[in-house]
Design a protein around this ligand. Structure first.
Ligand SMILES: [Zn+2]
Length: 342
């Protein structure tokens, strides 16, 4: 009998139906297809189990977003608008539904972890979420998938202290908005310096306000920063912050646009760095959170490097979970949904 450790991939063919216009918009369905193709044809294939997304409850969306925004979003889509507020935020008829399914994928991930799944859990979703504010879309994002997953985790399972770690090349302004005054959450973001990069927030001085001061840790990197600098901050301030905060759960805003081949940022990370990040996070999740960690895809716009980086990230996490340094070894019996690729 074959026994292999598992990686749960939450993905749904409906994620492909969010239409960003088919022009030169970088946030395309092909991003997800590239990831699946890489994973299904590579060394991680025997480890994969697939789960579909589900629609969240309205009250779950309202844990961060305003009723006014949800109505405005739905109306814009039904009216046939092609974007909301800015051409970055392209929409099609399906976008309102798909954005909700995208948010639901984080909740499916939480349910899996709380149901006892102990391997890496990755939500391979779009549209992304970390720029979305309570009342408006921003930077390709409509609903804040990571924030909604945190609120769901707290409400449904009573986990109070949750850390969001965001390694997308851009600052997750929407996540910071959500947690700026919240003493129960820790937001750590590693991103290209806001003087040079979208959306222009995420300065080191932004540390949370009032009693929550110190629960936001922004680590801006100079353009051109590469692997050595990232490893330095992971093993320094990031690990220190986790040790101080002692989270019960980790939600990872997993963006891959800091890759050196991705022209959405000036950062210069290698594919192998994502393996190292995955290993560190898997190790920290085991140490601090009894393995309670989920990752939700954010950016990453160079399809080949995105796909390779996701694979490296998951391989790193798998190594941490199985206690090996790269190669998997026999674990528990394989179960769950039959493997099938898009
Ligand atoms: Zn980004």
């Amino acid at each position: 009998m074959t026994t292999v450790p598992q990686i749960a991939l939450i993905r749904d063919p409906r994620f492909l139906e969010h239409d960003t216009g088919g022009g030169d918009h970088p946030e395309t369905p092909e991003r997800l297809l590239a990831i699946e193709q890489q994973l299904c044809n590579g060394p991680l294939a025997p480890h994969l189990v697939f789960h579909s997304s589900r629609m969240p409850q309205r009250e779950d969306l309202l844990s961060f977003h305003s009723e006014a925004w949800l109505f405005r979003f739905e109306e814009a889509v039904l009216a046939g608008r092609t974007y909301i507020d800015h051409p970055d935020n392209q929409v099609g008829y399906e976008t309102y539904q798909v954005a909700q399914l995208s948010a639901g994928s984080g909740m499916v991930a939480v349910d899996l972890v709380e149901g006892g799944f102990s391997g890496p859990v990755f939500s391979c979703t779009r549209p992304p979420g970390h720029h979305a504010e309570p009342g408006m879309p921003l930077g390709f994002c409509f609903l804040n998938n990571c924030v909604l997953a945190v609120r769901y985790w707290q409400k449904e399972y009573g986990r109070r202290r949750i850390c969001v770690l965001d390694f997308d090349a851009h600052h997750g302004n929407g996540i910071q908005t959500a947690f700026d005054k919240d003493v129960d959450t820790l937001y750590i973001s590693i991103h290209e310096h806001p003087s040079f990069s979208y959306p222009g927030t995420g300065y080191q001085e932004e540390q949370g306000t009032g009693p929550a001061r110190g629960t936001v840790l922004n680590i801006p990197l100079a353009p051109g920063a590469g692997d050595a600098r990232v490893i330095e901050v992971l093993d320094g301030p990031v690990q220190d912050a986790l040790e101080r905060f002692q989270p019960q759960c980790l939600v990872v805003a997993a963006g891959f646009d800091a890759h050196r081949l991705d022209d959405m940022s000036g950062l210069a990370w290698s594919t192998d760095l994502y393996r190292i990040i995955g290993f560190r996070l898997g190790d920290w999740a085991a140490r601090f959170c009894r393995g309670r960690m989920i990752s939700i895809l954010e950016g990453g716009y160079h399809p080949d490097s995105l796909a390779a980086s996701v694979e490296a990230y998951l391989a790193g996490q798998l190594s941490a979970v199985t206690g090996s340094e790269g190669n998997s070894h026999p674990g528990r019996e394989k179960s769950g949904e039959k493997q099938r690729c898009l």
